[in-house]
Ligand binder design. Sequence first.
Ligand code: ADP
Ligand code: MG
Length: 318
Amino acid sequence: MTEFELIDLVGAQAAGARPDVVLGIGDDAAVLEVPQGAQLVACVDTMVEGVHFLPDTAPADLGWKALAVNLSDLAAMGATPTWALLALTLPSGDAEFVRGFAQGFRELARQYSVALVGGDTTQGPLTVTVTALGTVECGTAISRAGARVGDRVFVTGTLGEGAGALTLLRQGGTAPSAALLARMRRPQPRVAAGRALRRIAGACIDVSDGLVADLGHICTMSHVAAELDLEALPVSPALAAAFDRTQCQRLALAGGDDYELCFTVAPAHIADVTRALADAGCGATPIGRIVEGSGVRVLDAQGHEVTIGNPGWEHFAT
Ligand code: ADP
Ligand code: MG
């Protein structure tokens, strides 16, 4: 297919509709109506074949995940997703790939009423870049900088399953269970949880690079340190069935690809967390506390510090 046939195909399969899209796909740029009293929240994430996904990834799973990782960033801000732009670099004009990709993308976009309003289509090594846009009521976005000494640290859902699935696939021995694979292929961004945590969480981040690494970003931006309780980390039955206890803890601390939200809560708001998340489709577990200093320390049941090797995923790391 040619570039313009591909664009038409993506548009037909994945655009969606919202009344606040004044001009969508087809013009030089999209024109969007931002509601009065709202702030625009914007993020972008790139996925490169062989770096962020395996070469045999199903196109529909890739479409889903390219949007999911961006909605996860919006979720971490407490924002409501509204629009997306899609830059697709494809080795060839493969209509079957584009149809599958657009279908997976659309499936998730529909769940959150996100409209695809533009993008770019080019030839080259398979690379997918999604820009996601959302809104928050003025002044209510949750940043990484709001953690304070004395806060509790929470995480939504369970940790380590996406990385667990990838580990098993790479080892080539026992195949990962369907539950683990689903977490790797179709992560659910915690959009409802992020929205519910506005005015409750001091700081929030989505866990994409690994819990220790991502909580470390909150600590840096907030000028504080964090202590994590190893025994408190939420691990799913699916992960526990596939790995021993120590491996589960390592995956939970450093695996990455979780797309859960790690957030801090001042003592006065701790009682509000459970109620706020009642309709969010996930619970949250207290896993540690914010203290003075810098960095993230992991403590065992006796309160002794444990050392973990590689704290998380980082590009260009030696
Ligand atoms: P330009 O040459 O002005 O950059 P393009 O020919 O690249 O315009 O794109 C034409 C229209 O199609 C634009 O509205 C653009 O946003 C949209 N578009 C191109 N590629 C995609 C894509 N992969 N997904 C969604 N919209 C796209
Ligand atoms: Mg273009």
